[in-house]
Design a protein around this ligand. Structure first.
Ligand code: HEC
Length: 108
């Protein structure tokens, strides 16, 4: 029984790592930089926000960023000020933007 759990845990860890690696390969940070131009108005030119109500995105995990951007776009996460900026993004745009913010240095 114990070894079954270990095998299951190892398999889960391996699949999580695989998902992570795959997601990182799909985004193009260079393309994402141009696509994130509008986002800078609130999230800052370097992904560091100066308004306490707007989160900093610099250095965040790309998989998490992509998940949140899609959630705003698809209306699963509701933020009326955000949605107009993400509503027309394609899945590729989302991956590129997420890859771009992930390359920036986080808040000191
Ligand atoms: C008008 C200001 C504004 C603009 C422009 C804007 N956002 Fe946001 N964004 C917000 C606010 C406010 C939140 C926090 C929402 C909340 O409190 O749930 C947010 C949250 C987020 C989050 C979630 C962060 C987290 O830690 O969960 C992501 C990702 C994000 N924005 C990406 C973007 C992207 C990509 C763009 C451009 C396509 C963009 N935003 C444009 C205001 C903005």
């Amino acid at each position: 029984m114990k070894s079954t759990i270990h095998v299951a845990a190892a398999a889960l860890a391996a699949s999580l790592l695989a998902t992570h690696a795959a997601a990182q390969e799909t985004g193009n940070a260079e393309a994402g930089k141009a696509k994130a131009a509008l986002c800078a108005a609130c999230h800052g030119p370097n992904g560091i926000s100066i308004n306490p109500l707007w989160p900093s995105l610099a250095g965040q995990q790309p998989v998490y960023l992509a998940k949140q951007i899609r959630a705003f776009r698809d209306g699963e996460r509701v933020e009326p000020t955000m949605q107009p900026f993400v509503v027309n993004l394609t899945d590729q745009d989302v991956e590129d933007i997420a890859a771009y913010y992930a390359t920036l240095s986080p808040c000191p």
